[in-house]
Design a protein around this ligand. Structure first.
Ligand code: PEP
Length: 242
């Protein structure tokens, strides 16, 4: 049995006050959520401490959006694994396409961050996926295989989640056709040594397409950007119907 993991990625949205308002609307809706679904909120660093207290005892796990590979040091603007675990963070997104595109993240640094996350007891959510240009050029499979090969060197596959996020589907409303997402995720699984790694789909997941996405046999959850910012919408996603 593979675990189902539904994670929200708030990116650089929500002040502390806004995150509290979200929780007031969101937490009561979890009464309907089957216990076996892991619900994660990956929030800005400034929201982590307060959310950690508010989520204590709830079904929701706390996630960060980045982690550095060193335990501490002169790395202005970075955050370390022990700093995150100390305040109750359990998950961390690594290698999101926005980090790769805007902040110079490479497969080498992604690999270092993945190993550090695991070393300090966090579960990394590794993001992989192709651009529109790469898809149109028929390079999707090769690109993803290469990312996996480089990113996963010496990474423990027993404490890992992977998100297949076609870049052209992120924040565009242009969801990948569900059967195609299922196919690529099956391909990703075939490259892993551990077949039990949960593999999510990410890219314009919305309340109106989550049921169809989760009906696909290879898809074990979703990484949700924009639609995780609104409590009722994210609640509908988390409480998807089978
Ligand atoms: C994301 O940020 O990982 C993402 C998939 O965003 P969106 O759901 O808005 O496409």
């Amino acid at each position: 049995m593979r675990k189902i993991v539904i994670a929200g990625n708030w990116k650089m949205f929500k002040t502390q006050a806004e995150s509290q308002e979200f929780l007031q609307g969101f937490l009561p809706t979890l009464q309907e959520t089957p216990e076996e679904r892991e619900v994660v909120l990956c929030v800005p660093f400034t929201d982590l401490s307060a959310l950690s207290m508010n989520l204590h005892g709830s079904l929701v796990q706390l996630g960060a959006q980045n982690v550095h590979w060193e335990e501490s040091g002169a790395y202005t603007g970075e955050i370390s694994g022990p700093m995150l675990t100390e305040i109750g963070v359990r998950y961390v997104i690594v290698g999101h396409s926005e980090r790769r595109q805007y902040f110079g993240e490479t497969d080498t640094t992604v690999n270092l961050r993945l190993k550090a996350a695991q070393k300090y007891g966090l579960t990394p959510i590794l993001c992989v996926g192709e651009t529109k240009q790469q898809r149109d050029a028929g390079e999707t499979e090769l690109l993803i295989m290469t990312q996996l090969e480089k990113d996963l060197v010496d990474v423990d596959q027993t404490n890992l989640v992977i998100a297949y996020e076609p870049i052209w589907a992120i924040g565009t409303g242009d969801t990948c056709e569900t059967k195609e997402a299922n196919r690529v995720i099956g391909l990703i699984r075939s490259q892993l040594t551990n077949p039990h790694v949960p593999i999510q789909y990410g890219g314009s997941v919305k309340p109106n397409n989550i049921d169809e996405i989760m009906a696909q046999p290879e898809i074990d959850g979703a990484l949700v950007g924009g639609a995780s910012l609104e409590a009722a919408g994210f609640a509908r996603i988390v409480n998807y119907k089978v």
